[in-house]
Design a binder for this molecule. Structure first.
Ligand SMILES: Nc1ncnc2c1ncn2[C@@H]1O[C@H](COP(=O)(O)OP(=O)(O)O)[C@@H](O)[C@H]1O
Ligand SMILES: [Mg+2]
Length: 252
């Protein structure tokens, strides 16, 4: 059973049909890689799935039941968390505050810093994110550490489905590897992850399935274990014809 599925999702921006009937689904503990050329509609699809963009058509279901995602707040309430490319961390604030951002535990009117630091530390430890102190301002951390903190925040806010839009794009190789390891850990704890990436090697390394979009439609869906980079690139470029089968896998 898909924890989250979109069926026939359509979205138009003026004259641009960004999404032309897209089907996508993800199960618990599954990592789906979402690939496609610039303008294919990947980010728009992610925004629809996290309630940031209202689709013109199509349905979204969670565990088989229809849901309305009218706002990011709706999506959060359903356990869908998103990490955008611009991470929206507050550089001047410390790691603990950024893990909680906007949901700081309070004792009376004041933030309970002790509890916040303890919980932030345990979230980081649980995800094996190595940061010396949760008191460090995030502005001084590496891009990879910042990306991991943003993901930790998504998990801590209760995300059973985590959407990552190009999480490794701005990182060096070692930091990329750390983020990929973190994605694998999310999978191990049963989180469903959809990750947008331009890096075929990364996608094949950490994903279970690859969904390739092209011009607002799904060009193809492949099992990551049984496909290869050439096939994925062929789908991205449109050299390999779109799948004729409509992939609305409903596994019960
Ligand atoms: N807010 C918007 N207003 C107008 N056009 C948009 C908007 N968001 C996306 N688009 C257009 O929709 C198409 C898909 O964009 P996007 O989802 O960002 O693609 P991708 O993430 O795959 O690069 C593009 O043609 C883009 O210009
Ligand atoms: Mg994008």
């Amino acid at each position: 059973m898909a924890v989250l599925a979109g069926t026939g999702i359509r979205k138009r921006f003026g004259g641009v049909e960004a999404l032309r009937g897209v089907d996508i689904s993800i199960e618990e503990g599954e990592v789906v890689g979402l690939m496609g050329d610039n303008g294919a509609g990947k980010s728009t699809l992610m925004k629809v799935l996290c309630g940031a963009v209202r689709p013109d058509g199509g349905t979204i279901t969670m565990n088989g039941g229809p849901v309305q995602l009218r706002s990011p707040r709706d999506a959060t309430a359903h356990g869908i968390a998103v990490v955008y490319q611009d991470l929206a961390l507050v550089d001047q604030r410390d790691v603990a505050t950024n893990v909680f951002l906007g949901r700081e535990p309070r004792r009376g009117l004041v933030v309970d810093r002790g509890r916040m630091r303890r919980e932030a530390r345990s979230v980081l430890d649980e995800l094996s994110i190595r940061i010396a102190s949760v008191r460090l301002p995030v502005g001084g951390l590496s891009g990879g550490q910042r990306q991991c903190i943003a993901i930790a925040r998504a998990v801590h806010q209760g995300g059973r489905v985590v959407l990552l839009d190009e999480p490794t794009a701005a990182l060096g190789p070692e930091q990329q590897a750390n983020v990929l390891k973190l994605i694998t850990r999310l999978k191990e704890r049963g989180t469903a992850v959809i990750v947008v990436s331009h890096n075929v090697d990364h996608v094949l390394a950490v994903c279970d399935r690859v969904v390739v979009m092209r011009a607002g439609q799904v060009q193809g869906v492949r099992d990551a274990r049984s496909t290869n980079a050439a096939t994925i690139v062929g789908l991205i470029l449109g050299d390999i014809a779109a799948d004729t089968v409509v992939h609305t896998e409903v596994v019960s």
